[in-house]
Design a protein around this ligand. Structure first.
Ligand code: MG
Length: 165
């Protein structure tokens, strides 16, 4: 078994859609980025890549590549899952926290959980999504950005001859 951690922050800006966990969330601002800037999904991707020893999201999906311009990060997660699966790992569970003072995210939690679980082919019960505020402190608390953190556990499907190099 191997664990991985992912962390990401994106800037909030006007005239962008807010997408978290593949869910479009009504809000006055959205996250700035090359893709749809889905900070939760980016943290999940980095955690998966980290657990599998495959580097990070920027290596595989560079923000200079026009292929990923405005792409749904769920598609990046699907490609990440392919990479991790190609090393013969299965995903056991993930736990994540979104850092945002606004908007309120609890109404969208279940939809995010389902989107992520479907994409990485595990049960929704194995995808935990939490949210916390920064109580007005710092970049998150002042609404300058939204962050996310994720931890995953993965396991080799077969123990012999398949350990990644
Ligand atoms: Mg990112």
């Amino acid at each position: 078994m191997r664990i991985g951690i992912g962390y990401d922050v994106h800037r909030l800006t006007e005239r962008r859609k807010l997408v978290l966990g593949g869910v479009a969330i009504p809000f006055e601002k959205g996250l700035l980025g090359h893709s749809d800037a889905d900070v939760l999904v980016h943290a999940v991707c980095d955690a998966l890549l980290g657990a599998a020893g495959l580097g990070d999201i920027g290596m595989h999906f560079p923000d200079t590549d026009p292929e990923y311009k405005d792409i749904s990060s769920i598609k990046i997660l699907a490609k990440t899952y392919e990479l991790v699966s190609s090393k013969n790992f299965k995903i056991m569970n993930l736990d994540s926290t979104i850092f945002a003072d606004a908007p309120k995210l609890s109404p969208y939690r279940e939809a995010m959980q389902k989107n992520i679980a479907r994409t990485i082919e595990i049960e929704p019960a194995c995808v935990n999504i939490k949210a916390t505020t920064f109580e007005g402190l710092g970049m998150i608390g002042k609404g300058e950005g939204i962050g996310a953190m994720c931890v995953v556990l993965i396991q080799l499907r077969e123990k012999k001859n398949n350990y990644p190099d």
